[in-house]
Design a protein around this ligand. Structure first.
Ligand code: CMC
Length: 429
């Protein structure tokens, strides 16, 4: 017999179904709660709320486990290419060679961005943050492909939009960077792999080719794979909720980019480097900054520390920390902020404040140091996160549409004034 939860309200007993996931995750199904009891649940920040049943990513925060479609990220980041992982996340299975060839060809085929879009760049002010630029450029894509508006089109049409997004977002991201530094835009080179092409568009000049170092290429591939999906986080939930109104995929992804931008989410990778620089420039007294992070009267937090779900370690951070050492060693770079990062981690991990609250370095703690070593400007770090997360956003949107999920519309408990009558200004005193 399937398990039930019992709820007693105002002396009356209700039975609620229990849902059990593949990895024995348990949830109480409250979808009929309001209808049967007149009550809703209250869970600010959705800390205990499952918004969907999903078959894409499994995450066990206590044991530091992360799988995409059942495959551990340790194996995927070691052996697979980013496009192979993107295919896995979106289509549900690892591709055969034939499927991968088709996917790669299709992505390469769509890398060019409509020439009219270049004119948008002229309108952004100097120093415009590339996340703002990327988010609006992706939203603008929906105007270039008006046929993509209906999310319930035949799969072949939807697939075209997905491929366009994966191909063109890399081009748009690299173009945004070029524009921000006043360099001419570099066009994609379709003979390159996804990561090689991105490095080319970021760093080559019309006057000089960019020589692609395999170590850099490999590090970028790893970083993108480690960001590919992370179940129902802030930006992914945003993509699903925007998409649930039957809004088109471009607009949903654009909203996801906006959600990712914040420093508590993807924007943390930029914030970490800025924090490490600040500590270095302040004399490098790591203990002083750890004390500031603990002080409840000080708004400062250790960026790159803590996670809503991981309460033991972030498996992505473990892989990235090693990749960071490898990249810096192989490129012969000594980055003083890496020393600060290591000291900070050491001090914080021994501190009862961080131990009691289970605060560990997260994915963003070391990724910025690798991006810096590769030559990616600080403001582009969150764009890199967005590029990596794109397959996950697409897969989650596709799953939500395929499941025919209803429009996302949470309830609230109203705490405002009770009814009162309008008073004209002269009588308000
Ligand atoms: N530095 C100092 N104290 C912290 C930190 C931190 N980085 N993170 C959490 N705390 C404290 C917090 O003050 C609270 O203490 P108390 O119980 O005394 O009030 C306790 O730990 C629990 O924190 P919370 O804010 O309730 O936890 P949350 O699950 O709502 O927030 C978080 C998770 C990631 C937003 C938060 O840990 C944080 O702000 N970290 C820094 C930003 C960051 O690195 N974000 C990247 C997350 S990983 C990339 C991604 O997937 O988005």
């Amino acid at each position: 017999m399937s398990e039930k939860a019992k709820l007693i309200l105002e002396g009356k007993e209700y039975e609620l179904p229990v849902v059990i996931g593949t990895e024995n995750e348990k949830a109480i199904d409250i979808s009929k709660l309001l209808e049967t009891t007149g009550y809703i649940t209250l869970d600010t920040g959705f800390k205990n709320t499952g918004s969907t049943k999903s078959a894409i990513t499994f995450l066990d925060g206590d044991n530091g486990i992360l799988w995409y479609r059942g495959y551990p990220i340790e194996q995927l980041s070691e052996y697979a290419s980013f496009l192979e992982v993107a295919y896995l996340v979106i289509y549900g299975e690892l591709p055969t060679q034939k499927e991968l060839d088709y996917f790669q060809r299709s992505i390469s085929h769509h890398t060019l961005v409509h020439e009219d879009m270049k004119r948008f760049y002229e309108a952004y002010p100097t120093g415009a943050h590339p996340m703002g630029v990327l988010s609006s450029m992706i939203a603008s894509m929906s105007t270039f492909y008006p046929g993509s508006q209906n999310p319930n089109r035949p799969f072949k049409d939807i697939e075209l939009t997905m491929h366009r997004l994966i191909a063109k977002m890399a081009t748009l991201a690299a173009q945004a960077n070029k524009v921000s530094i006043g360099h001419p835009i570099m066009y994609p080179k379709n003979s390159y792999s996804y990561t090689q092409n991105f490095l080319h568009m970021m760093f080559a000049l019309p006057t000089a080719d960019y020589e692609i170092d395999p170590v850099v290429d490999d590090a970028l591939n790893k970083l993108l794979i480690l960001h590919a999906d992370h179940e129902q986080n802030c930006s992914t939930s945003t993509v699903r909720i925007v998409g649930s109104s039957q809004s088109n995929l471009y607009s949903s992804i654009s909203a996801g980019i906006a959600a990712l931008w914040g420093p508590l989410h993807g924007g943390a990778n930029q914030a970490v480097i800025e924090m490490l620089e600040r500590i270095k420039n302040d004399g490098g007294d790591v203990q002083k900054w750890v004390d500031k992070a603990k002080d409840k009267n000080d708004s400062f937090r250790l960026m790159g520390f803590g996670h809503r779900v991981y309460k033991n370690f972030d498996p992505r951070a473990k892989i990235i920390k090693k990749a960071c050492d490898d990249v810096l060693n192989r490129l012969g770079i000594h980055d003083p902020v890496l020393d600060i990062a290591k000291q900070l981690e050491e001090v914080a991990l021994k501190d009862p404040y961080f131990i009691e609250r289970k605060l560990y370095p997260n994915v963003d703690f070391y990724s910025g140091i690798i991006y810096r070593a590769i030559g990616i400007p600080t403001e582009m770090f969150t764009v890199m996160f967005a590029l990596g997360r794109l397959p996950g956003w697409i897969a989650q949107w596709k799953e939500m549409i395929e499941h025919g999920e209803p429009i996302g519309r949470p309830r609230q408990v109203y705490t405002g004034s009770t009814k009162r009558d309008y008073v004209p200004i002269p009588k308000r005193g």
